[in-house]
Design a protein around this ligand. Structure first.
Ligand code: ISL
Ligand code: CA
Length: 561
């Protein structure tokens, strides 16, 4: 907890102080984290065994990707029983032990809740599809075929050319915004909403401390089911009328009765739309992830990134909170996608971390990011596992694309880049499993692994620990206001965080070349002490007007004079 005395009444960028605003979240994709029973799949007992490691990072929350019963069409985001644990993840006793053991270490557990759809094997859907007049028919989205017998609209799904699947038995189509095995729930039906709130309370009553709410922007469906002008621009599936009524009801029925943190996964959120989810006055969510970077900025573009950060800081300032992240289980590893994972991998990984942890918002660390893990390039589609990757590959090849060409195009942004096993050691299967891993490890686990990082004082891992520890003692990182003082410089990102009389300057040289930054007034000529730097010899800056920067150099400076 950050000391309070300096916070009373001060206007801060994250608004009034709250414990959850001071959090750092570590995302555990448990099926790739650590396998304890040799079946080649990570499990909850594996998370239990690694709790001391997670604790050693200094993080507050563990975000677990879904572990409910699921046929695994979309690696657990297709749930067939919200009240059961997937057998490959473990048992309810394992989950309860994980919560207890995490709490014993001062760690909180954030569950990943899939509200928009279930598995097509869920009993609710089996009932719904059994007949047109089944009481659960209206729990899902069913429509008659179009006049030509085809799908009701031309809408695509995230994974397939159409979001409609014809059901022979009842002669109607059902809607699936994602995989065919993920039928969308009908949130306009109060029975569905009531049941989902009951499910949330079940898990919160077990001691869950946070909720990551999956695909939240899709809960409300378009008012009219008519063809989209551009079926590829799937914005029409998101931010439809009624969405905020559902979230305000969810807050009234569930969230406000627990001392938790919620974070919404909100695709296609702009700062203006995002504020509607997290404005504290509106009592919906505590925080959100937007995707203006991860979904809409395919490769690094510093100027675009700066503008996105400025717009979000201005829109949310003092009113709402966002999560800061550059990768997760859906988005390839940040040092490969947005940094330099070759000759400057270590410095680049540290620079990106410094940026995520010093920009306004709650920082998220995706497993393996803390040791600078990189994306992967498998040379056969058979080595990939992700339903999104495989269905897009099939679509391209069916359209006549050369298979090798299709693979080359899809590989860089494949979600499997982030799903290869956590690299614990240089040993077999990266120390992840004694069995056959469900997905091949990245061959570079021979050099990039936790064991090697622990032994190397200059490793990315030790840097993450220092960076996260800073947050616990310096409220300026959490609550300080934010001013970008580097304009549209395409390589150097420099911004000020200020809280009371504490002034920090963060200077980042996102480039393979050396660079420099000329300090604008009133910082020119000041004396600045290094708080943290990613080159061992980061020195004091005295009466400087220009700061010289090495390739991918990151500096956090405290203005003292
Ligand atoms: O990966 C994306 C597209 O680039 C994201 O937009 C993502 O697909 C979308 O925001 C929803 O993701 C979530 O729901 C999906 C699941 O496949 C993802 O793993 C999950 O993060 C369906 O449940
Ligand atoms: Ca296992």
């Amino acid at each position: 907890m950050i000391q309070r005395e300096i916070m009373t009444g001060e206007e801060t960028i994250l608004g009034r102080p709250a414990w959850w605003k001071e959090s750092v979240v570590y995302q555990v994709y448990w099926r790739s984290f650590f396998d304890t029973n040799g079946d080649g799949i990570g499990d909850l007992r594996g998370v239990i065994e690694k709790l001391d490691y997670i604790r050693s990072l200094g993080v507050d929350f563990i975000w677990l990707n879904p572990f409910n019963a699921s046929p695994g069409v979309d690696n657990g985001y297709d749930i067939s029983d919200y009240y059961a644990i997937a057998p490959e993840a473990g048992t309810m006793a394992d989950f309860e032990e994980l919560v207890a053991e995490a709490h014993r270490r001062g760690l909180k557990i954030m569950m990943d809740i899939v509200l928009n759809h279930t598995s097509d094997r869920h009993p609710w859907f089996l009932e719904s599809r059994s007949s047109r007049d089944n009481p659960k028919r209206d729990w899902y989205i069913w429509r008659d075929p179009a006049p030509d017998g085809g799908p009701p609209t031309n809408w695509r799904s995230y994974f397939h050319p159409s979001c409609w699947r014809f059901d022979e038995a009842t002669g109607q189509y059902y809607m699936h915004s994602f995989a065919i095995g993920q039928p969308d729930l009908n949130w306009a039906n109060p029975e569905v909403r009531r049941e989902m709130y009951r499910m949330l309370r079940f898990w919160l009553d077990k001691g869950v401390d946070g909720l990551r709410l999956d695909a939240l922007a899709l809960l409300a469906k378009p008012k009219t089911f008519t063809d989209a002008a551009d079926p590829y621009d799937i914005r029409y599936l998101t931010h439809n009328p009624g969405l905020h009524d559902y979230l305000q009801e969810m807050n009234r029925e569930v969230f406000r009765h627990y001392d938790i943190m919620t974070v919404g996964e909100v695709a296609f959120a702009t700062p203006e739309k995002g504020l509607l989810f997290v404005d504290e006055e509106r009592k919906e969510l505590h925080s959100l992830f937007h995707f203006e970077v991860a979904d809409e900025m395919p490769s690094w573009d510093m100027v675009r990134f700066k503008r996105i950060q400025r717009r979000w800081a201005e829109a949310l300032s003092g009113r709402g909170v966002m999560g800061q992240f550059l990768n997760n289980h859906d988005h390839t590893r940040q040092v490969s996608r947005y940094g330099n994972d070759r000759e400057f991998r270590v410095q680049s990984a540290k620079l990106l971390a410094t940026m995520v942890h010093t920009l306004p918002g709650i920082p998220y660390v995706y497993q393996g990011e803390e040791i600078g893990m990189t994306g992967v390039r498998f040379d056969s589609i058979d080595d990939y596992r992700d339903v999104m990757m495989k269905s897009r590959y099939e679509e391209l090849v069916a359209a006549g694309r050369d298979p090798a060409d299709a693979l080359r195009e899809l590989a860089p942004l494949s979600r499997d880049n982030s799903r290869t096993p956590m690299q614990w050691s240089a040993g077999p299967n990266a120390g992840f499993t004694t069995g056959t891993p469900w997905i091949r490890p990245n061959p570079n686990h021979a050099v990039i692994n936790v064991e090697a990082a622990e032994a190397d004082p200059d490793s990315v891992l030790h840097y993450y620990r220092k960076l996260i520890a800073l947050r616990k003692e310096h409220p300026v990182m959490v609550y300080g206001d934010f001013e970008d003082i580097s304009g549209d410089d395409p390589h150097v990102y420099a911004y000020v965080r200020k809280l009371g009389d504490t002034v920090w300057l963060v200077v980042l040289n996102h480039s393979d070349q050396s660079g420099s930054f000329t300090l604008p007034a009133p910082y020119a000529g000041r004396t600045m002490k290094p708080v943290l730097g990613n080159y061992a010899d980061a020195g004091e800056v005295t009466h400087a007007h220009t700061i010289r920067l090495r390739p991918h150099e990151a500096l956090i400076l405290h203005c003292v004079g």
